[in-house]
Design a protein around this ligand. Sequence first.
Ligand code: HPA
Length: 278
Amino acid sequence: MTYTMEHYRQSAQALRARLGSFVPETALILGSGLGFLADEVEQPVAVAYQDIPHFRPSTAPGHQGRLVFGLLEGQRVAVMQGRMHHYEGYSYEEVVYAVRVLRLLGCRTLIVTNAAGCVRTDWQAGDLMLITDHIKLFSESPLRGENLGEFGPRFPDASRLYTPRLQELARRCARQLDIPLREGVYFYCYGPQYETPAEVRAARILGGDAVGMSTAPEVVAAGHCGMEVLGLTLLSNMAAGILDQPLSEQEVLDAGRAARGKFSALVRSCLRELEHSA
Ligand code: HPA
């Protein structure tokens, strides 16, 4: 499937028809086990992905597959309760489709969250990590193909994808809340199998601090269309080979449940303090 501007506009138009005068400013993508934050949105208008033209359903466990619009800490938000992943069989263009539609709808900031494996042996499962950068070397770009100039340039800069001033905001909020916040590089692996221990060692040597199967494609697309990005990771488990035990999906979802309080507090505090750039 190759999307044209017309596809994006039709999706945005269908959502506008549902939203009336409400214009979202901040998009939030909620990762595995973290979807609960969408239930905290006030004055919610929920739209299932299957009811939006050209959207694809989200099939991953712990991903509900709907957009929830409304207010969170006074911000007008569009919350993706569940995302699309390449491993579900979607092209990267499909994986990032919703981000581009939300940009057209008015979102200028993206807060992206995920659960990921912890590559660092001196950190612990359950820790939160601020994403300072990512490595996505071994898969194609979501921007491959004809460039849609209305979104951004053919060769966009990627040196500040994770917006420095939003990183600073998250550090400040975590400090105020007394929530320890690690900082590091998200190493993208497309899954759906978890990594082998050798792959985790390779990720570590290359500079990764966390490994996961999402986020990097959406952030590339968000950067392309001029959005500012804040990335937060729940290190839901130690990455493969660090502990002498197999990884499981249940472990990831349980970690999301256990981190609910601090995760929600941090995201809410970032929203409260967030000022959009002009
Ligand atoms: N690897 C990749 N993706 C993940 C992991 C992991 O260990 N944990 C949660 N998502």
